[in-house]
Design a protein around this ligand. Structure first.
Ligand code: CP
Ligand code: NVA
Length: 305
């Protein structure tokens, strides 16, 4: 039984196995085939924060694989009615996998410790592993080989950035991050990266122009993540020079793509001309959330798992 709370739990070989399952399932999906790899399997979803992509792509993906989903609303009392340990011990008697989106990463870790079924992180304040899997798969589709290529991150060193750094390290990509000094990865994250992905070439700068120069992909995310709303004014001021717009993209190499996990705050971290422009692959990324999560579910719960 396997969990996915962060990408540290997957080896490079397992990521490649999930990507080849994804490739197969996506190509069948495009031919109108819904291969029933997980008949009778049940997935529960527990969301403490809003979601479009994660929730719907998991539910649709599970349905296509022949399984079913239960979206558990506030009436189950998660985190309020009984301990997380008791909740997990019981829920995991009924379902094969639980996708959790929680305010605090510790909640996912605690749940996973006490569940007898697989627990998948659907985003926490610390990590968003399913997003990073979809993003790396998207780059694999676009570029073929990932090893030795560079992902430029411009903006907050947040949950998505942390998962991408781990993912880049696993697949042999380099990462360059342009982030204001006080928003860069903390020492614990740098220690984690040194431990889990010692070969990752991570360059940190405060200069977005320097970051985008050599990159295959230029990635940003909101400056104010869910749960950080009280710091909104300060953050908008501190990140004001980090917008991805046509001027910044003019420093990127020919063929570089623009990426964003969505939802975007247009006019803040990205200008319309870029997110709607020819270099943008944001819809492909969002589509690949479903395909890669089908790969993850098939790997975790199916015959290949
Ligand atoms: N990118 C992403 O996780 O989107 P949702 O918040 O809509 O799930
Ligand atoms: N960093 C963002 C990602 C949303 C998918 C957040 O946590 O709100």
């Amino acid at each position: 039984m396997r969990n996915l709370t962060t990408l540290a739990e997957l080896t490079a070989g397992e990521i490649e196995l999930i990507f080849s399952l994804t490739e197969d399932l996506k190509s069948k999906y495009e031919q109108g085939l819904r291969e029933q790899l997980l008949p009778g399997r049940v997935m529960a979803l527990l969301f403490e924060k809003q979601s479009l992509r994660t929730r719907v792509s998991f539910e649709a993906g599970m349905a296509q694989l022949g399984g079913s989903s239960l979206f558990l609303g506030p009436d189950v009392g998660f985190g309020r009615r009984e301990s997380i340990a008791d909740f997990g011990r019981v829920l995991s008697q009924y379902v094969d996998a639980i996708v959790v989106r929680s305010n605090r990463h510790e909640t996912v870790v605690e749940l996973a410790e006490h569940c007898e079924c697989s627990v998948i992180n659907g985003l926490t304040d610390y990590a968003h592993p399913c997003q990073a899997m979809a993003d790396l798969y998207t780059l694999r589709e676009l570029a073929g080989t990932l090893a030795g290529r560079t992902l430029a991150w411009v903006g907050d060193a947040n949950n998505v950035a942390r998962s991408l750094a781990l993912g880049c390290g696993k697949v042999g990509m380099n990462m360059i991050m342009a982030t204001p000094q006080s928003y860069q990865f903390d020492d614990d994250t740098l220690d984690l990266l040194r431990r889990e992905v010692p070969d990752l070439e991570l360059t940190v700068t405060a200069d977005p122009v320097e970051a985008v120069g050599d990159a295959l992909a230029i990635y940003t995310d909101v400056w104010v993540s869910m749960g950080q709303e009280k710091d909104r004014e300060t953050r908008l001021r501190d990140f004001a020079d980090y917008q991805i717009n046509a001027k910044l993209m003019s420093h990127a190499q020919q063929g570089a793509v623009f990426m964003h996990c969505l939802p975007a705050r247009r006019g803040e971290e990205v200008a319309d001309e870029v997110i709607d422009g020819p270099q943008s692959v944001v819809v492909q990324q969002a589509a690949n959330r479903m395909h890669t999560q089908k790969g993850i579910l098939a790997w975790m719960l199916g015959a290949n798992g």
